[in-house]
Design a protein around this ligand. Structure first.
Ligand code: PBG
Length: 326
């Protein structure tokens, strides 16, 4: 039977020129949607390139400042800080010390680059000698004992001036513990961006080189989510929102677009997505080989994350993407 739709309907009409395509475009990108992850380390004048993440480096605080100024100039949404302490111990003391590397970096960034949003990653794996995200008891991460470290870390970040604290450890009850501690410390206006649906992903590989946070034994599958589970993400997000999360995150991004979409449909909160180190590195590697066009891949990957429903994206491409859009 002859189709009634054609030749009446011709979707190509609305693709006929860039002006037309722009008019009907659904998902759009803007620099304000991008958050750049940065790695703060001790010392002065330090810029230690990360081999598996070309263009990214561990930066001492003095070198973070010009980087942050550039983020501000480009109109980025902000940056998220990870700390690489000089020494690690069983107790992750560098995580919650007021003289910890992130605390020092935040104080200096808020002073030197006012107006730029600074998010801090709240976790222990960069600070523990064993590389796990919490207290080890009987060969396993003790959930409840870890909550105290996280709460102390979040409070010290907030006191240093962090605009948002973002727990990435995946302990149960951490949002509640952090909210309670922040409120008791008088930081009632510091929002929590919870890494609510964080998967135990192979795509974190390059980050672990960057943050020197590879677990010395075992893996993170006892606390991060099983990549096979989508319904469980809804449960995780629901619990975190009940505990008081202000915003939630899905991580990684591109392999989990379905999770972003489902979260968008079910929850009326701001949703972030983290285009993680492995997603970054594989795109850069393919581009270096001449197999993909770097700039177009950056924009298409970020558009796909946006289309899936993310309000903002943490991405190592943040600066380049902003330049491409200007
Ligand atoms: C800390 C943390 C990790 C990432 C963000 N926060 C590593 C991990 O969970 O092993 C990964 C970020 C990336 O790969 O870019 N828990």
């Amino acid at each position: 039977m002859k189709s009634m739709a054609f030749p009446i309907h011709r979707p190509r009409r609305l693709r006929s020129s860039e002006a037309m395509r722009r008019l009907v475009r659904e998902a759009t990108l803007a620099p304000s949607q991008f958050i750049l992850p940065l790695f703060a380390c001790e010392g002065e004048g330090v810029r230690k390139e990360i081999g598996s993440m070309p263009g990214n480096a561990q930066l001492s605080v003095d070198n973070l400042i010009p980087e942050a100024e550039e983020c501000k100039r480009l109109g980025l949404g902000g940056l998220i800080l990870f700390g690489i302490p000089d020494t690690k111990d069983e107790l992750a003391s560098g995580a919650y010390s007021d003289e910890g590397i992130v605390q020092k970096a935040v104080r200096s960034l808020k002073r030197e680059v006012p107006g730029l949003l600074v998010i801090t990653d709240v976790c222990n794996c960069e600070y523990t000698s064993h590389g796990h995200c919490g207290v080890i008891r009987n060969g396993d991460v003790d959930n409840d004992a870890t909550l105290n470290w996280l709460a102390r870390t979040a409070v010290s970040h907030a006191r240093a001036g962090a605009d948002i604290v973002a727990p990435s450890d995946m302990m149960d009850g951490r949002v509640d513990a952090i909210r309670t501690a922040l409120d008791e410390a008088g930081c009632v206006n510091t929002p929590i961006l919870s890494y609510a649906a964080k998967y135990a992903s192979v795509f974190y590989g390059p980050f672990r080189e960057a943050a020197e946070s590879t677990p010395q034994f075992g893996d993170r599958r006892g606390y991060q989510m099983d990549p096979a589970n989508a319904r469980e993400a809804i449960r995780e997000i629901t619990l975190d929102l009940e505990e008081g999360a202000d915003m939630i995150m899905v991580k990684p991004a591109m392999p989990y677009l379905d999770v972003i979409r489902t979260a968008r449909d079910l929850f009326d909160v701001s949703i972030g997505a983290y285009q993680v180190s492995g997603e970054f590195s594989m795109i850069v590697a393919a581009a270096e080989k001449g197999w993909l066009d770097l700039d177009r891949t950056i924009l298409e990957s970020l558009t796909s994350i946006r289309r899936a429903g993310a309000d903002f994206t943490l991405t190592y491409f943040a600066k380049r993407a902003a330049q491409l859009l200007s």
